[in-house]
Design a protein around this ligand. Structure first.
Ligand code: ADP
Length: 350
């Protein structure tokens, strides 16, 4: 005879595809009925419009069919009440005071002296490279007004699931959990918010997004050392700063400002990455140092930070960003090899 206990045991293996916790643990299994060799599972969804309900159904059927004697499985959906949803959210976020979601996470804020150096491209590629090393990685696009992460990650058209006010599920791509303003507003909406509102949005990105347990959180800071990056860094006291620069930007000109920001916010500058370092010509295979040489290393020594490496100017990097197809996680590509080295250096600095 099939018992309810055996079915519940089997259901413990079915995870909510977004929250990544078992349906049983999330109290999403309302009831199980057993009629001879047929099993009916009543599932309560956060919303009837749940885009992943077919996947949930498929996973339930496949797990229960593994139970001996089971012939047919039927899945019936219901919707959570407001109270049930609140209960689930409390369970996910922890009761009482807002907990620091990054208590066990290395937070790496990626900054630059100015815009256009490839900071967002490097952040996204590095996030994918860290994920390919087996880490659980998150990515916050803190450049609210000038967001470019959705384009680079190829998630322009995606919208995060909002379970309830206060619980936003990040969008997952290439193993990286991402949140960006670009996925929350309609295109062409003019963004005219000022400092305090930007700060509130960033606080929501940290606390209202369900990140789960992450090993690394990469934050794409707005360029420069203005009020927004400054106050964000102040709210993340344990965060490390990673600087992206190009050989064209003289180390001395940015070192002072970035060093000042880090000292003011009490954050450590962990490392420097030099982007657009050189160009390898197709004809002569030689490195051409178009923008100069050695400024990244100079900057790292002026800041007392590690030099994590250089990234050449490559058409494939620009194309990858434009098409939303990041190759940094593929060790068989040149980009993958370069980023793998940088990711491993970063890993060892932790
Ligand atoms: P930032 O975030 O510093 O403003 P972006 O990441 O948006 O800069 O990059 C600016 C432009 O440079 C983008 O078009 C991007 O594709 C391109 N880019 C960045 N790094 C490289 C590289 N190493 N090789 C070629 N193009 C690059």
């Amino acid at each position: 005879m099939i018992s309810k206990e055996t079915i519940f045991e089997a259901l413990k293996n079915v995870l909510d595809p977004e929250i990544k916790k078992s349906l049983v643990e999330l109290n999403m299994i309302k009831d199980v009925e057993i009629l001879g060799q047929d099993v009916i599972v009543n599932v309560t969804l956060t919303t009837m419009g749940c885009p992943l309900k077919d996947k949930i159904k498929k996973d339930i059927i496949s797990e229960i069919k593994k139970v001996e004697e089971v012939e047919n499985v039927e899945v019936v959906y219901g919707e959570m009440t407001k109270e049930q949803k609140q209960e689930m959210i409390q369970k996910l976020q922890g009761k009482g005071e807002r907990k620091n979601p990054f208590a066990n996470t290395r937070v790496i804020a990626v900054g630059s002296g100015k815009g256009g150096v490839g900071k967002s491209t490097v952040t996204a590629n590095l996030a994918v490279a860290m994920s390919s090393l087996g880490y659980k990685v998150g990515l916050i696009d803190a450049d609210i007004l000038g967001y470019s992460i959705p384009q680079i990650m190829g998630i322009n058209k995606e919208r995060p699931t909002i379970i309830e006010e206060g619980v936003i599920m990040p969008i997952e791509k290439k193993g990286v959990k991402v949140i960006s303003m670009g996925n929350l507003i309609e295109k062409n909406d003019a963004l005219i918010w000022r400092g305090p509102i930007l700060g509130q949005i960033l606080t929501q990105f940290i606390y209202d997004v369900y990140w789960g347990e992450l090993d690394y959180m990469l934050i794409d800071l707005p360029p420069g050392t203005g009020d927004v990056p400054l106050s964000l860094m102040q709210s993340l006291p344990k965060a490390e700063i990673l600087i992206v620069t190009t050989p064209q930007i003289t180390a001395a000109s940015v070192a002072k400002r970035l060093g000042f920001m880090a000292a003011k916010t009490n954050n450590k500058i962990t490392g420097v990455v030099e982007n657009m370092s050189y160009f390898i010509c197709n004809n002569c295979s030689e490195k051409h140092f178009i923008f100069g040489e050695g400024e990244g290393e100079k900057l790292s020594s002026e800041l007392g930070a590690a030099y994590l490496g250089d990234i050449p100017l490559m058409t494939s990097i620009r194309e990858g960003s434009d098409k939303g197809n990041i190759l940094a996680g593929d060790i068989n590509t040149e980009i993958g090899k370069i980023y793998n080295k940088i990711a491993k250096k970063l890993e060892h600095l932790g």
